[in-house]
Design a protein around this ligand. Structure first.
Ligand code: CMP
Length: 142
């Protein structure tokens, strides 16, 4: 089915000037970028986005990293977009990421791991709505 998923190009990847390479991987895989914006997240924005992890020991480091520099937040649309994006990203821990994935190629640590992608339809819906109004999503017309 055609799905939407939420994606973040994290501060480490923006800093490395690999926004274009990451977007190119999504486009070549048939995922359409239907919304995108650059922002430098506030602590409150990052804490709210990652609220489900608020009790985990890595939460303070995660929030510090995600507010350390600008990110791209975006919505990808396509066939099985949630799973396809996760295949392109590779495992959360770069040491476990399969060769050829974004994280295998670029991630340095489990926090500086280049990209985020929704893990389920429910999180995709919540995460998209956290950063985008419906009016900001631009499905293809041609
Ligand atoms: P992300 O997909 O953005 O979702 C939560 C993030 O927490 C994850 O990617 C990692 O960058 C970070 N993180 C740090 N430590 C861990 C951990 N032990 N397990 C899962 N995620 C972690």
């Amino acid at each position: 089915a055609i799905e939407r998923t939420f994606s973040i190009i994290k501060p480490d990847a923006v800093s490395k000037n690999i926004i274009g390479d990451i977007e190119s991987r999504f486009e070549k895989a048939g995922l359409n970028i239907v919304a995108a914006r650059m922002l430098h997240m506030s602590q409150q924005q990052a804490e709210g986005f990652y609220a489900e992890h608020s009790e985990r020991p890595f939460f303070p480091d995660l929030v510090a990293f995600m507010t350390s520099g600008p990110v791209i937040v975006q919505v990808l649309e396509g066939e099985n977009a949630i799973a396809r994006n996760r295949e392109l990203m590779g495992a959360t821990n770069p040491k476990e990421a399969e060769a050829g994935t974004i994280r295998a190629d670029y991630a340095e640590t489990i926090d500086a791991n280049a990209v985020h992608g929704s893990d389920s339809p429910e999180s995709a819906e919540r995460e998209i709505a956290y950063f985008f109004d419906d009016s900001e999503i631009c499905p293809r017309t041609i």
